[in-house]
Unconditional design. Structure first.
Length: 333
């Protein structure tokens, strides 16, 4: 059955049923003109929104509808993680071509619901509309942080150490393998692209430590580090030999002739956290890494603004950070 056969109200009834288990956790259940939610005293709200467009962010052949639903929420949760926020509630909106199968929509919503349950986040509403070309998923996610406790891009200081979580470059490698029809050779890399793990526990723990600055690397280290440097008024150096590389990523790069650092700096889609900490906190970051079971790797340091953003190779030679990473509006590659 197509969505055009079922109609909007019929489709909404099926979607509401999927998210019915969250109704008791929000003051006004799905179906009213707007969502209503509670904000605890002494907390600040944090909101983020993202679009996922067919043909821009994904192809339907790359992932199942359930995987698309899960990832649609995960990329927003990554933004909350970068602020050190605790998830609150979320809104899901869909623009659907008329020839979309109803089962595709309900499977997408089930994947979205499963991700929401993983992080204890009620779905509070959303919208649906017709799309003339391509499916679009729009997510708006809210969370809370202690008053004045958000982790910002503007908090880096000269002398801070620069860290990254996980293994940047894995998602970009996974996408390339999917495009080449060889993702089954490296399932961990496919998962890194299809099912990113938002670092919510890492983000909240770092914010509680009082780290300097934080950002999620959805567009690649080169682009997102520049955001920190710009907003903090600093420079940075990244040591190529310190960039963490998983065994699977190293194997894939050797087989396909890719450079791990090239993928990490410019690949994007990692949804890991890039953050700065003062030297006095490096020991606590190491303890946090062991406690959470998440690699947190020192990859460089924050410098003065006059030095710019540079790469340091194994010989100690410095070069300017290349302008790599995803930009929706650049057309020069």
């Amino acid at each position: 059955m197509l969505v055009s056969d079922l109609g909007e109200e019929g489709l909404l009834e099926q979607i509401r049923a999927i998210f019915a288990d969250t109704a008791s956790r929000i003051p006004v259940p799905i179906g009213d003109d707007a969502a209503v939610f509670d904000c605890p005293p002494g907390k600040q709200q944090v909101w983020t929104t993202d679009l996922m467009l067919e043909g821009v962010h994904f192809q339907r052949s790359w992932l199942t509808p359930g995987e698309l639903g899960r990832k649609s929420l995960a990329v927003n949760l990554s933004d909350l993680a970068a602020m050190g926020a605790r998830p609150g509630c979320v809104l899901l909106s869909l623009a659907l071509p008329l020839d979309t199968e109803v089962e595709y929509v309900t499977d997408l919503c089930r994947g979205f619901s499963a991700m929401a349950r993983e992080v204890d986040m009620p779905v509070a509403g959303g919208d649906t509309c017709r799309a003339d070309k391509g499916l679009m998923v729009s997510v708006t996610a809210g969370g809370t942080v202690p008053q004045g406790g958000a982790m910002l891009r503007s908090g880096a200081s000269k002398g801070d150490s620069l860290y990254v979580s996980g293994f940047p470059g894995s998602a970009a490698a996974g996408m390339r393998l999917i495009e080449a029809g060889r993702s089954e050779d490296f399932p961990g890399l496919r998962e890194a692209f299809i099912a990113p793990r938002p670092r919510l526990d890492v983000g909240r723990s770092l914010a509680a430590l009082g780290v300097g600055a934080g950002i999620d690397i959805s567009d690649g280290i080169a682009v997102d580090l520049r955001h920190i440097c710009r907003d903090s008024g600093v420079g940075a150096e990244v040591r190529l030999e310190e960039l963490p590389v998983s065994a699977e990523l190293e194997q894939a790069c050797g087989q396909w002739g890719w450079l791990p650092w090239d993928l990490a700096l410019g690949g994007g889609e990692d949804y890991e956290l890039l953050f700065t900490v003062s030297e006095t906190l490096t020991g606590q970051v190491a303890s946090l890494s062991r406690e959470l079971g998440v690699p947190l790797t020192r990859i460089g340091r924050i410098t003065g603004a006059d030095t710019g953003t540079v790469l340091v190779d194994g010989s100690g030679a410095c070069t300017e950070m290349p302008l790599k990473g995803y930009d929706h509006f650049r057309t020069d590659g």
